[in-house]
Design a protein around this ligand. Structure first.
Ligand SMILES: NC(=O)c1ccc[n+]([C@@H]2O[C@H](COP(=O)([O-])OP(=O)(O)OC[C@H]3O[C@@H](n4cnc5c(N)ncnc54)[C@H](OP(=O)(O)O)[C@@H]3O)[C@@H](O)[C@H]2O)c1
Length: 313
């Protein structure tokens, strides 16, 4: 059974409802896959019907985009590629609107293509998420009119419903990438507003950075990479929440599948993009589409999220 497709909001783009997060590709901090394993993940993703792939210039200093470019040589047309602007491969973050085309041109070279499907402003400060005062969205529209991109939008920073509403109301975006999962549900308050405006939702961090796979405990420690920022207290908080989450699932449903099915049950979501370090993780994540959760389970998960807007990322 191949992965189902969903529209990316009102854009003309269709995406597989389970996509592939490629932040981990060749990234040492994540202990990510090397270039050969990354290529095998891409091969398997395409074979399973995964067509949406998310990357960024800042991932592994441009090497995630470059690995994808090599892996997709000759079959670019089989995927929907999403990359970003703001964090650069080889210099500090810079969000100058006048440099969007320069950043995109470098991404195109690394990705070995002449267009990207979706270009997102990469976790900008809140004040940049305002199309009434910032020139970025006119520039993105110009690049869209020129055929260099097919859609544009923003990837959240604090990932709140307030950010979604502001992006929807002021930027003319066609897509928003947002953190949302069973342990962090606050952004769902604005999902209807995004859907009503025809803005597609791409859900990042669906496993709460690996926690919802169920393999970590209160004693887990992360020496390197993005997860090393958590204090022991934050780790203990996550471990307790994952235990609560696991108890809500029917027998035989893994926490990974429960987490991804909960996200796919939100009709406003276009695609969910688990970050993937191996072919085995990819297969397990993709298999989530073979089942659904019952309304009672979804209601119980919603309750778990209530009153928890501030689980720090
Ligand atoms: N600002 C932004 O725009 C932004 C921010 C964050 C993420 N993203 C995008 O969203 C994607 C997903 O977010 P994320 O990677 O941060 O978080 P995530 O998808 O919640 O977690 C990914 C991690 O979970 C573990 N994992 C994945 N599948 C698994 C499986 N089946 N079984 C066990 N463990 C599994 C892997 O790490 P371990 O095996 O080491 O546990 C993997 O690195 C990223 O790849 C990136 O493309 C964008």
């Amino acid at each position: 059974m191949t992965v189902a497709k969903r529209p990316l909001g009102n854009s003309t783009i269709e995406v597989s409802e389970i996509g592939l997060g490629a932040w981990q590709f060749t990234d040492e901090g994540w202990g990510g896959p090397d270039e050969n394993e990354s290529a095998r993940i891409v091969d398997e993703a395409l074979a399973l019907g995964v067509t949406f792939i998310d990357t960024a210039p800042g991932y592994a200093g441009g090497k995630s985009e470059a690995a994808l470019g090599r892996a997709l040589e000759g079959r670019r047309d089989q995927v929907v590629l999403c990359t970003k602007f703001g964090y650069w491969a080889d210099e500090p973050a810079n969000y100058s609107a006048g440099r969007i085309e320069e950043s995109l041109t470098k991404s195109l070279a690394r990705l070995r293509t002449d267009y990207v499907d979706v270009l997102l402003v990469h976790s900008p400060p809140f004040e940049l998420m305002d199309g009434t005062t910032q020139p970025h969205y006119r520039e993105l529209q110009r690049l869209k009119d020129a055929g260099m991109i097919r859609a544009y939008g923003v990837s959240g920073q604090a990932d709140t419903s307030e950010e979604i509403r502001r992006i929807v109301e002021t930027t003319g975006s066609q897509a928003i990438e947002i953190r949302f999962n069973a342990l962090y549900q606050e952004p769902a308050q604005a999902f209807e507003a995004a859907a009503a405006a025809g803005v597609g939702l791409i859900v990042k961090v669906p496993l709460e950075s690996g926690w919802l796979s169920g393999k970590y405990t209160a004693d887990s420690r992360f020496e390197e990479g993005p997860r090393s920022r958590w204090t022991p207290e934050q780790i203990a908080e996550r471990a307790a929440l994952v235990d609560e989450f696991a108890a809500l699932l029917p027998a035989g449903v893994s926490t990974t599948h429960g987490a991804l099915r909960h996200i796919l049950a939100q009709p406003q979501v276009s695609t969910v993009i688990p970050g993937t370090k191996s072919v085995q993780q990819l297969r397990e994540n993709v298999a989530a589409h073979e089942g659904t959760l019952l309304p009672d389970t979804l209601a119980a998960i919603r309750k778990l999220g209530e009153g928890r807007p501030s689980l720090t990322w």
